[in-house]
Ligand binder design. Structure first.
Ligand code: C2E
Ligand code: MG
Ligand code: MG
Ligand code: MG
Length: 288
């Protein structure tokens, strides 16, 4: 069918668009139910010191397998949650579960967590994070928040206030997916980022294209000058890691070091890869 809108423009609604809209609504409804039932789970991907290969922290990544829809990728459900006003609740659920799990890890490990653009215009965000940390007993000093440049665009003044609130609590703030989207170097001057994450797009082409190599080197030099930490994302092979070490990149993340894993699998990973991991305390006698 076609609909006539103002000024004689004609918009064509195809069957595919209709199907897509229906699917989004179906996902939205299923997601609301899943969030209310506490069924979205945090997974954790290791972040390493590239020189020593020691694990220094983990990024929290939301995972959802619906009863009917099956596995739905965060690349699909996060934008829907954002658009349909579910992201706040979803985020609180995932952060609560993630900090509950990470509380038992060795103390030198940090946990990072992604904030969506709409959370950077919501003045409750700071208090919500704080109340979750209080409730789970996870130290703000071990938490990092990842935000993208898109997230800073909607309302820079509000975003700045929220970022500063988080920093005042001792939370570190990193700029995610750097080099894609609406990159502006001015943002690096205005916002007090602690860390920058180089987007996977540059890392994946580092071995076969000169421009990527130069761009990564320039980003590293800039971070050094600004006193910011760096993590290269999406490392999939040793040759990429070796090249990044050669360029002086301190941190790395990617399938080569570990895929995102659930809380139990992460404990196993920690026992195998990180010293001083406590085993689960024995059950008190009364409970046996
Ligand atoms: P991101 O924050 O940039 O997260 C990194 C993404 O790259 C993750 O995808 C991760 O699984 C993937 N990745 C890591 N290493 C490699 C690699 O070596 N090769 C390749 N090809 N991919 C790699 P994922 O888990 O599908 O998440 C996609 C995006 O969804 C995230 O991008 C983030 O923007 C968003 N997201 C995920 N969980 C949350 C959440 O809890 N809250 C919010 N607001 N956003 C989230
Ligand atoms: Mg991220
Ligand atoms: Mg990223
Ligand atoms: Mg990304």
């Amino acid at each position: 069918q076609a609909k006539r809108t103002g000024r004689g423009r004609v918009v064509v609604y195809t069957r595919e668009m209709e199907e897509a809209a229906k699917r989004v609504t179906r996902i939205e409804q299923a997601l609301r139910r899943a969030v209310a039932a506490g069924e979205v789970e945090p997974h954790f991907q290791p972040i390493v010191d590239l020189a020593t290969r020691e694990t220094i922290g983990f990024e929290t990544l939301a995972r959802w397998t619906d009863r009917d829809l099956g596995f739905v990728s965060p690349g699909v459900f996060i934008p829907i949650a954002e658009e349909r006003g579910i992201i706040g609740q979803l985020s609180q659920l995932v952060l609560r579960k993630a900090t509950e799990a990470a509380r038992d890890w060795p103390e030198h490990l940090f946990l990072s967590f992604n904030l969506s653009p709409s959370q950077l215009v919501d003045h409750n965000t700071g208090l919500q994070v704080l109340s979750i940390l209080k409730r789970t007993g996870f130290s703000a000093r071990r938490l990092e928040i990842e935000i993208t440049e898109t997230g800073l665009m909607t309302d820079p003044a509000s975003a700045e206030k929220i970022v500063n609130d988080l920093k005042a609590m001792g939370i570190r703030v990193s700029l995610d997916d750097f080099g894609t989207g609406q990159s502006s170097l001015g943002r690096l001057r205005d916002f007090p980022f602690d860390k920058l994450k180089i987007d996977r797009a540059f890392v994946s082409s580092i071995l076969d294209d000169r421009p990527s190599e130069h761009i990564i080197r320039a980003i590293l030099a800039m971070c050094e000058g600004l006193g910011m930490d760096v993590v290269a994302e999406g490392i999939e092979e040793e040759a990429q890691a070796a090249r990044l070490v050669e360029f002086g990149c301190a941190g790395g993340q990617g399938y080569y070091f570990g895929r995102p894993c659930n809380a139990d699998e992460t404990l196993t990973y920690l026992r195998q890869n990180v010293l001083n991991v406590r085993s689960k305390p024995p059950l008190p006698h009364a409970m046996i």
